[in-house]
Ligand binder design. Structure first.
Ligand SMILES: C[S@@+](CC[C@H](N)C(=O)[O-])C[C@H]1O[C@@H](n2cnc3c(N)ncnc32)[C@H](O)[C@@H]1O
Length: 230
């Protein structure tokens, strides 16, 4: 998979993408991540990328031309060898709210392009050049960079051979429509809080059954609405 991120703040991605699972996926060449500075596609001496809103009002709005030119650059055939499936996504608080189902869907693409807005958002005409708007929740952040990191992380960990054991993402919350079961590690007894005995029994059938029941109980307790229809 190739992921292109278009942003005005490339260095924000440095630490998040150079550690842990994403770094491993990049090192194993499972994913290629490129960060492109939208400012490189602005015109004029001052490299302007934003301007005052028409009609007045607060905040600066990101201009259409640099964003569209950056999209055209990352899509250019010279840069990419035969990309079969491609999706251009604008991170926006106005998009559909991201979830695990969307992460699974995006993990099937060969090329994802993420556009990070900033300031007062992007000129409405940018929407004509994208496939989809994605939000990470009903709140407003300063920029699309943190949402892009969240979406990229969720997608990359679903790519084959990224997470060590092939079944571990399948045991995660939201994979099968409910939450994951409770987990414990050493010490066995912490201030008289003990690990459930069944997990020490060595009986794999019993442990499997306990985990299934525990996942259902946890979901019922914390997110009962997820079980509707199950
Ligand atoms: C301050 S916000 C602009 C919000 C815009 N004025 C509005 O009310 O819709 C700047 C940028 O942050 C990003 N952003 C903010 N909240 C987001 C969210 N919940 N999900 C995804 N992106 C978000 C978007 O890229 C947006 O263009």
């Amino acid at each position: 998979m190739q992921i292109d991120i278009l942003t005005l703040f490339p260095s924000l991605f440095d630490s998040v993408f150079s550690q842990s699972i994403i770094k491993k996926a990049v090192d194993k060449k499972i994913v290629k991540i490129k960060i492109t500075n939208i400012r490189d596609f602005s015109e004029g001496r001052h490299k302007t990328v934003d301007d005052k809103p028409y009609g007045g009002g607060a905040g600066m709005i990101m201009m259409t031309p640099p964003i569209v030119k950056a999209i055209e650059f990352v899509r250019s055939p010279k840069r990419l060898r035969r990309v079969k499936s491609q999706k251009i996504i604008l991170l926006s608080p106005q998009g559909k709210v991201f979830n695990q189902k969307k992460a699974k869907e995006l993990s099937k693409y060969k090329h994802l392009i993420f556009i990070c807005g900033h300031y007062g958002g992007v000129d409405e005409r940018v929407l004509k050049f994208i496939d989809e708007e994605i939000s990470i929740g009903d709140f407003v952040l300063t920029g699309g960079e943190v949402p892009a990191m969240a979406v990229v992380d969720a997608v990359v960990r679903l790519l084959p051979h990224v997470v060590a054991k092939s079944d571990s993402v399948e045991n995660d919350s939201h994979w099968a429509g409910c939450l994951a079961s409770s987990v414990y590690t050493r010490p066995y007894n912490f201030r008289n809080l003990k690990v459930p005995e069944v997990l020490l029994s060595g009986n794999h059938q019993k442990i499997k059954k306990w985990r299934k029941e525990n996942a259902r109980r946890t979901t019922l307790l914390k997110r009962p609405e997820l079980l509707k229809g199950n």
